[in-house]
Design a protein. Structure first.
Length: 630
């Protein structure tokens, strides 16, 4: 009894009756509790009866009720197995009636079949036709349970198979022992143990709870979704997403960040709109029960975020994205929905905050465009058509080109060049970026070797690394083996990474960097002045050079304040002995100014656009002095 109550308390405290299996489990648990209680009462009454303190009639009735409870346990075990296998079907009234009548029939059989109290070795027990019938039914239900699970074992999770079978076997074996030795109280304990086993094995609520936020986790979302599609009820989904979650986590520290997540989860749950799931680091999904008051719901969510913005740095109603998927009716199953859903989530990050975005077919048009890009990427990869263009970079000290940036080029299915700004993010989220990164690196190494660039007065080639590449543990080894294959000296390679990469994967990135730095590879911080510009990265990470973003360069010619920012940045970086490249140099005026304030390298259309290999070789061959002041 104590054991079962403990399980019940744990179960109630943590589980949110999310799935039909949870509900079925709670029925099973309740019936076991009832059986144990009835067992205790009947044993007590038997003892009283033995001392002539209780009427036989009442004692026998307590026995009947106990037997009924036991049959119910087996019945609910079967019910649980059914639910675990098929999920909940539409409530079938006749089946419910049939089951209930069957149990009632068994109960009324108690009026006609014999039940008696026996005594053996000082142990009291019930026997007679009714008892045999009860055990018969118990065994029947349990056998059905095993048959059912074995029959469907291929379609259900292994742990369900294991725990249902173990549960039923434990009880079956105990029933046999009870029949042999007539020790009834033994069965209650076996039931409690079997229940405990089942609870630990498959109803462990931790499996579905996200430990950081206390909301339900992604696993729960997927499972919940599968059930939803089985039941064919399309519900709207509300998405709350914090695109800069990783950055906020760094700022706040892990524990405050988790508090923030927990508050979002709790407060949204308090709106009583439905279940709340946390998917990625800063993404929440709420399953909305009804959407009549979409606007009211949205303002409630905005109010929550507004409240939190007063206590947590980095979060504000504008920095959070809100989306609503009105219906899931168009999807056949969870898998097909999840494909679009992932796109919706990424897409939402690119939209503005502070507004509720409806994510429907119109948004999917964009997905078709994305699919076109993906097809083009696939074809380029398959046909080995990934190209690299080179943009020469002018060194102010030497007054000629000494380095170049390698830039990827890919044509779409219609033969037109696609912008890397378009396809790189798509390749990142659709899982092609590692292939592209590898191809670019190999391409560049091959080119350096074929054209003996190292002997032609160039210092190094700059190659862009995607954030996703930087998060790869094996990145350093991969690059080292390619350099070896083409016998490229690591000193001829400069890798460009952005701040986002440094924020997202600092630890792994640092390890990769250290290994490559030891060999002589150098690193640049790309797009300085475009993102968060967290200066501590410049200080903390071993960058050889910093590349000023083109927007920073352009803006400094329009806004006085940006000019001050640019000039102070240059001064600061010079003090740190970090080399500086300015990107986007399009005019002579810009070039002269940037040289005068001490920028070491200039890159931009003023000198040259990125060009193909042959064009670049021509530039390398004609690499004469270019004087900026005419
Ligand atoms: P980025 O690393 O900032 O590269 C510089 C971009 O600025 C290039 O665009 C270049 O063509 C452009 N650019 C250079 N000078 C000028 C100028 O004077 N005016 C203007 N308007 N633009 C200029 P591109 O080649 O389209 O590449 C765009 C971005 O795509 C790159 O920005 C980089 O983030 C990414 N990317 C390019 N190649 C690769 C690659 O091989 N791997 C990865 N991971 N990303 C790449
Ligand atoms: Ca770059
Ligand atoms: Ca850049």
């Amino acid at each position: 009894m104590v054991l079962t109550i403990m399980i019940a308390v744990l179960f109630c405290a943590k589980t949110k009756l999310l799935f039909d299996t949870d509900r079925a489990f709670s029925y099973l648990m309740t019936s076991i509790l009832a059986a144990i209680l009835a067992n205790m009462i009947s044993v007590y009454l038997m003892a009283l009866w033995d001392n002539q303190l209780m009427s036989e009639r009442l004692t026998l009735w307590s026995g009947r009720i106990y037997l009924l409870c036991m049959v119910c346990v087996a019945f609910f075990a079967l019910n649980y197995a059914k639910v675990a296998i098929v999920g909940r079907e539409k409530k079938n009234r006749t089946a419910v009636m049939a089951n209930v009548s069957f149990l009632l029939l068994f109960f009324f059989a108690g009026f006609f079949l014999r039940i008696q109290i026996g005594k053996k070795d000082e142990i009291l027990y019930f026997y007679g036709g009714y008892v045999r019938l009860a055990y018969g039914m118990l065994m029947l239900y349990l056998f059905l349970c095993i048959l059912l699970v074995l029959k469907h074992r291929k379609h259900i999770e292994r742990r369900y198979v294991i725990s249902v079978i173990t549960f039923t076997l434990m009880i079956l074996i105990t029933v046999v022992l009870v029949l042999l030795f007539s020790r009834v109280e033994f069965l209650s304990f076996a039931m409690a143990l079997a229940l405990l086993f089942m609870f630990l094995e498959m109803e462990n609520p931790d499996d579905y709870v996200d430990s950081d936020s206390g909301a339900l986790n992604e696993h729960a979302f997927r499972k919940w979704g599968q059930r939803l599609f089985q039941n064919k009820t399309g519900m709207p989904l509300l998405i709350i997403s914090i695109p800069e979650a990783d950055y906020i986590k760094k700022k706040l520290g892990v524990s405050d960040f988790n508090n923030l997540l927990a508050e979002i989860a709790q407060q949204t749950q308090k709106l009583h709109i439905g279940k709340v799931f946390r998917l990625d680091s800063g993404e929440f999904v709420c399953v909305v029960k009804a959407v009549e008051k979409e606007e009211a719901l949205f303002s409630a969510v905005l109010a929550i975020i507004h409240g939190l913005s007063e206590r947590y740095a980095g979060i504000s109603p504008e920095s959070v994205r809100y989306g609503m998927i009105p219906s899931l009716e168009n999807y056949a199953d969870m898998e097909s929905f999840l494909q679009d859903f992932r796109f919706y989530l990424k897409h939402l990050c690119t939209l503005s905050g502070d507004v509720l975005h409806i994510l429907d077919e119109y948004v999917l048009d964009e997905k078709n465009e994305e699919d076109f890009v993906v097809l083009s990427l696939k074809q380029a990869i398959l046909n080995d058509e990934i190209m690299v263009y080179y943009q020469p970079i002018y060194a102010t000290a030497k007054q000629r080109f000494t380095t170049a940036e390698a830039l990827i080029r890919i044509k779409d299915l219609n033969g037109k060049f696609m912008s890397p700004e378009l396809f790189i993010p798509i390749a990142e989220r659709r899982g092609y970026i590692l292939t592209l990164g590898h191809a670019v690196f190999e391409n560049v190494c091959r080119f350096i070797k074929e054209q003996s660039l190292e002997e032609r007065g160039f210092s190094y080639i700059e190659i862009n690394l995607s954030t996703v590449q930087c998060m790869q543990k094996g990145l350093a080894s991969e690059l080292v083996s390619i350099m070896k294959e083409y016998s490229i000296s690591p000193g001829f390679i400069n890798l460009e990474i952005t701040e986002t990469a440094a924020i997202k994967s600092e630890k792994i990135l640092m390890k990769n960097m250290q290994r490559l730095l030891q060999l002589g590879v150098s690193f640049s911080l790309d797009d300085y002045g475009s993102g968060y510009s967290n200066l501590d990265y410049v200080v903390r990470m071993p960058f050889y050079l910093v590349k000023l973003d083109k927007l920073l360069v352009w803006d400094s010619f329009k806004k006085e304040k940006t000019r001050v920012l640019l000039e102070t940045s240059v001064e600061m970086l010079k003090h740190m002995q970090i080399k500086i490249v300015a990107e986007g140099v399009e005019t002579m005026e810009q070039a002269v100014y940037l040289e005068n304030i001490g920028v070491d390298y200039l890159q931009g259309y003023y000198f040259s656009k990125p060009v193909c290999e042959e064009e670049f070789i021509k530039i390398v061959d004609n690499n004469t002095r270019i004087k900026l002041q005419s």
